[in-house]
Design a protein around this ligand. Sequence first.
Ligand code: SAM
Length: 231
Amino acid sequence: MSGFFESSIMARAVQRQLVSYELVDIRDFANNKHNKCDDELYGGGPGMLMTPEPLASALDSVQAKGSRVVYMTPGGRLFNQQYARDLAAEEHLVILCGRYEGIDQRIIDTYVTDEISIGDYVLSSGEVAALTLVDAVYRLLPGVITGESLEEESFEDGLLEYPQYTRPAVYDTMQVPDVLLSGHHANIQAWRYKKRLEKTLLYRPDLLSGRGLDNELRKLIDELLVQRGEA
Ligand code: SAM
């Protein structure tokens, strides 16, 4: 986990004091000989659950009460870019990672403000999920990445990103679309917008359904549907 904070853009953000972090090992707060932090489930069932006492001590050590405390869990609210923006506005975030079958409900009831899932699948530990969340959030903090490169990314403006090309202009007989070589800014913007719509329609039509569609947009979508034989 520490490797993530010591590499690439994150390492620079830490060095420039745009982000600070503390990694806490819950096992350090276990009050027993083998640092055991799990036990069987009341009511029966397979697997083990993280016990409340070490979790509470670990959370108290980072002054979790009064802070936003996120518990990573497949049973939580689905994470997305809007959620990342919301968390990026926080001064202090505590992120709790589960193991085994998860954590005792009383810790969720006492400390947790947000139960967050990164997707409809089950990972074996919360750390991988937490890194995903941290990565999505910290790059939105002022100064970490230039604003312009964030503005045109997927999900900004509720659409997926347009296809992108770099040199060479011809690769393995495949040519970069002419419009991108034309230098005509307005045409490039129009092409990119159409491609964003096309891609969103193909992979994430759900993103378009909540969007107010003006006439021009409706026309464009109808055209794309006709092209794809769906109208
Ligand atoms: N018994 C849990 C359930 O069915 O919901 C799954 C526990 S999972 C094996 C162990 C830990 O991985 C969880 O406590 C959580 O911290 C983390 N985890 C697994 N999948 C996740 C997901 N999709 N999003 C966020 N955290 C996840």
